[in-house]
Ligand binder design. Structure first.
Ligand code: ADP
Length: 161
């Protein structure tokens, strides 16, 4: 059986921290589906389509990575994709408590699906999409935090907002 993992998140927008987790995950699993969460409770900067496009562009060299989106319960989406794993990145102790809770509830909903955690690369332990947006909003450079296409997309967003 092929090992298929879903890597869920907001990716608003994708950062080098996300890409590090996706690239490492793609070495371990046969297929990684990066799934953009369409979260109606959050006011995103980029639309789901824009976030998917940036992900596609930045993962195009990873042949076993696909980009998709989902609504509703993650575990339902995972099952629909015939996946058997969820990949998450952990940055700090503050991520841990929430992720522990999520992993526990997902296991309760379906104990066949396993959640795998990867420790952040030290270089990116401080990096989040929110921090990137905060910096980019004030026209400060974000070139060492996100891929070039994302930097360009941020520049356009904030120039027209
Ligand atoms: P955020 O908006 O906080 O950057 P997302 O919801 O888009 O996060 O995150 C998707 C996944 O990527 C989560 O599992 C998150 O823990 C992980 N992640 C985000 N940034 C990093 C990073 N710098 N290093 C490792 N994992 C990360």
């Amino acid at each position: 059986m092929a090992s298929i993992a879903v890597c869920p998140g907001s990716f608003d927008p994708v950062t080098l921290g996300h890409l590090d987790i996706i690239t490492r995950g793609a070495k371990v699993f046969d297929k990684v589906i990066v799934a953009v969460l369409n979260n109606r409770n959050k006011q995103p900067l980029f639309t789901v389509e824009e976030r998917m496009e940036l992900l596609r562009e930045t993962t195009k060299d990873l042949k076993n990575v696909e980009v998709d989106h989902f609504n509703g319960l993650l575990i339902d989406y995972v099952k629909k994709q015939n996946a058997n794993a969820i990949i998450k990145g952990l940055r700090a102790v503050s991520d841990f408590e929430y992720e522990l809770q999520m992993a526990a509830i997902n296991r309760k909903l379906d104990e066949e699906v396993e959640t795998f955690f990867m420790m952040t690369n030290n270089k990116y332990s401080y990096l989040s999409s929110s921090i990137v947006k905060e910096v980019a909003k004030y026209q400060a450079p974000v070139g060492d935090l996100v891929p070039e296409v994302v930097e360009e997309a941020l520049r356009k967003k904030y120039a027209f907002s």
